[in-house]
Each structure stands twice: as C-alpha cells, then as structure tokens.
Design a protein around this ligand. Structure first.
Ligand code: SF4
Ligand code: SF4
Length: 426
C-alpha cells in the first residue's frame, strides 16, 4: 500500500490495523474466486483494477470531489434515488455490507439473530474499516424490513449524519403518495446539504446519466441469454456490484466496452463454459461486495448463473426513468414512478416479484432457480415458499438456500447445489 493511501485512511479515522486485515481478506478472496476463473472477457480487467483500488483511487476521487465542495451520500438500498443526488451536485455511493466484521462488537448492539447484511453494516462502522462510510457527508437509511428499521435507530447513535427515509409497504395509491412525498423530503435534505437547488436541466441530466448506466447493464444482461454464455455469473455480478460506487459515466463506458466484446464472443460461439452447461437464475436477497460465496459454489459445481433477480441485479436496475417531463415536479413524478416499481419483499402483497421471477426464468432460458435467502431475513425467506410453489407449478426446479456470510456451511451447500444441478441436467 502506498504511503499516500495510508495517510488518506488515517485522516479518515480508519483503524489501520483492522483495515489491513479487511484488505487482506478481500484481496485473497478476489484472487481465489475471480482471478482463478478461465476464459474471462478482456474487459473484466477494468473491474479487476476497480477492485484492486476499491479503497484507494476511488476514495481519492471522492475526496477530490469533496475538496471541490461536492457532497458524498452513502446509501444501503436501491430505493434511494441516485438521480436526486446527482441533480444536486452530490455523488451517491453504495455502502456494501457484504462481509462479516467485528462480530463480537456488533452483537453488543444487535441481536445475534440479525441478518448478515445489517450486522455487516454495523461491523464496518464499529471496526472503522470503511472509507466510504467515513467520507460520506450524509448516510441514508430507509424504513424497509423491521431489522433495518430498528437497526437505524441504533446506527443513529454511532454516526451523526444519518438521514432516514420512510418507505411504503403496499403498492397502493397511498403507498405511491408516501414515496413521492418522501422523495420530496429527500430532495430538500440533499439541496440543503449541497446548497444547490435542483433544476429541470440538472434533474433531466441526472436522469439521463443514471438511465445510461442502467441501459448498459440491461445490454450486458441480454447478452447472457446466449448459449454458450459469454460471461460468468460471477463477473456479471461484479459489474452489478461496482454499479453502486463507480463514477457513473466511466462505469457506463466500461460496461458497454465489455458488451462489444461479448457480442464478438457470441458471434464466434465463444463462452466461459461449454454449450449446454446447466443455466441457473438467482433470486432473493442482495449480494453486496464481497459476498461471492454462493455464485462461486454454483459456478465451480458445473452450472452457470445467467441472471440475478436481486437488488444487486435486475430488481435494482430493470426500469428506466422517463426524462420527458418539463418541470421539476413532473420529473420527480417520473422518478417516483420508476422506483415504485421495485418489487422488494418488504411489500405486501408482492405478486409482481413472483411474476418477474417467472419472466426472467423464461427470458434467460434458465433450467432452474436458486432462491437465496440470508439467514434471519424474514421478508425473502417467507416469500421463498410461494416462489418455490409457483415455480413447481410451472415445472421449473427451485432450490431454496438459506445462509449467512460465514464459510462453515460451504461443504453442505455445495452438496445440495451439486444434487440440484444433476436434477436440472436430466
Ligand atoms: S432488498 Fe429491499 S430493503 Fe434491501 S436493498 Fe433491496 S429494496 Fe432495499
Ligand atoms: S437481507 Fe432481509 S433482513 Fe437483511 S436487510 Fe435485507 S430485507 Fe432486511
């Protein structure tokens, strides 16, 4: 690590020793899981570079932005509109929460039976190892599942810049009204933070920037329909994960560049795995960096992942925002309309999600679905049962996996995944 990085991390108040441990674990996992893959598209070198500089160059960029009076907003959920942040001259970054850290300390604040994602967000704060969290001028929490809702009350005692967004639980007119008014409240809070009033032009431009980023990811997803699949599920997941904290324009350009290469691969029938490799759709809880356990198990067991029905995946990116409005109000309406379609399991009822899983299974020609639920996540684990039932009725095999960020159950999961792959191969 360069001295520059070390002093940057020190100035951010990171615990350098604990941070070294985190970077060591992250680097090793990336080496073992990502760099050991064969036949990767050349364009993935960009993402390898991003990952190697995840706490280095990108943080330096964010600090340079702060020098120029731009604000940084950290978020934990795909309901926080990047369009509003960008339009007010702020940068939105995802606060990943994909690894266990400082578990003993965390359990002094949260019950043991809290999902790994929430525990991880506390672990990164308590252990002082996340430069994104430490450089954020505002941290946005949201009233989604009960776990998060209550955890943010405690999180508010650990950070002094937490903003909590209320979210609807039903797709009703009242639900839509609540979301729209909460986005107005968020807009005012961001304008106050940055001192920049959002205009028609700035909001339109922000919508276009985010739409382009989403369109690039849609293009990548569509290319995974091909057989042989031109990119591994692990690499596609990585692109979806980097979506949350890279510079938007650079990200769009890099994903489109990979797509050009993938089109060339498809025309030559070149894949990462042989033709007719069993194809799996993932569905369920978000997989934040560096949570690569289940895709790694699946793709080293003889199958390929062809899509993610997940917030780090299509649930988070699938719809674009209409940019044709002529007033800030009309554009804000369009933003609310776009986000109101997100079919998170916190909604009741949530038939849209079931329909979407079926639609994705067919569109990506998946042979089976693996439903991924984090242990103690009631919304997704509860929904996994009707999801499985629906898929069974449609003759689509489904495997429900409930796990956490620990590696103790890898052997047991691998055995179940191998048996499932054998079943869908027949
Ligand atoms: S699963 Fe729900 S609460 Fe979690 S990030 Fe997605 S939308 Fe937000
Ligand atoms: S994984 Fe489930 S329990 Fe955990 S934060 Fe997301 S919705 Fe809540």
């Amino acid at each position: 690590m360069s001295d520059d990085n070390t002093s940057m991390w020190k100035n951010l108040g990171l615990d350098l020793k604990a941070h070294d441990v985190l970077l060591g674990v992250l680097g090793q996992a990336y080496q073992d899981i990502y760099l050991s893959q064969e036949n990767r598209p050349r364009g993935m070198e960009y993402f390898d570079f991003v990952m190697s500089e995840i706490h280095g160059l990108r943080i330096k960029e964010l600090l340079d932005e702060k020098e120029k009076k731009r604000k940084i907003i950290g978020s934990y959920c795909v309901f926080v509109p990047e369009e509003i942040a960008l339009a007010a001259n702020a940068t939105l970054v995802g606060l990943c929460s994909g690894a266990d850290f400082a578990v003993e300390q965390v359990e002094k604040y949260l019950p043991r039976n809290t999902c790994s994602l929430i525990k991880s967000s506390f672990g990164f704060k308590l252990a002082k190892v996340c430069p994104y969290l430490e450089c954020a001028d505002m941290i946005v929490g949201e009233n989604t599942c009960d776990g998060k809702k209550k955890a943010y009350e405690t999180m508010g005692t650990l950070v002094d810049n937490l903003y909590v967004m209320d979210l609807p639980q039903m797709k009703s007119d009242n639900g839509r009204k609540l979301l729209r008014s909460e986005y107005d409240r968020f807009k005012s809070a961001v304008e106050e933070l940055t001192g920049v009033e959002i205009s028609v032009d700035s909001l339109k431009e922000a919508i276009r920037t985010v739409n382009e980023k989403r369109a690039a990811i849609h293009r990548l997803s569509q290319l995974r329909i091909a057989d042989p699949v031109p990119i591994s599920g692990l690499d596609a997941l990585l692109a979806n994960q980097v979506f949350f904290y890279d510079n938007p324009a650079r990200f769009t350009q890099s994903v489109n560049k990979i797509c050009d290469e993938l089109e060339e691969r498809i025309s030559k029938k070149k894949g990462v795995f042989p033709e007719k490799t069993p194809r799996i759709l993932f569905s369920g809880c978000p997989m934040a960096v560096p949570n690569w356990k289940l895709p790694w198990i699946v793709e080293t067991s003889g199958a390929v992942i062809v899509g993610e029905e997940s917030c780090v995946g299509e649930r988070g990116t699938r719809n674009l925002t209409d940019d044709s409005g002529k007033t800030v109000d009309a554009l804000m309406d369009a933003v609310a309309d776009r986000y109101f379609k997100i079919d998170c399991a916190i909604f009741t009822p949530n038939q849209d999600r079931r329909d979407h899983i079926l639609e994705m299974t067919r569109a990506y020609k998946a042979d089976g679905v693996i439903h991924y639920g984090l242990q103690f996540c009631q919304p997704y684990n509860m929904e996994s049962i009707p999801v499985e039932k629906l898929l069974e009725e449609e003759g689509i095999p489904c495997l429900r996996i409930e796990t956490d960020y620990g590696m103790e159950d890898v052997g047991q999961i691998k055995t179940r995944v191998e048996a499932f792959i054998e079943q869908i191969q027949d």
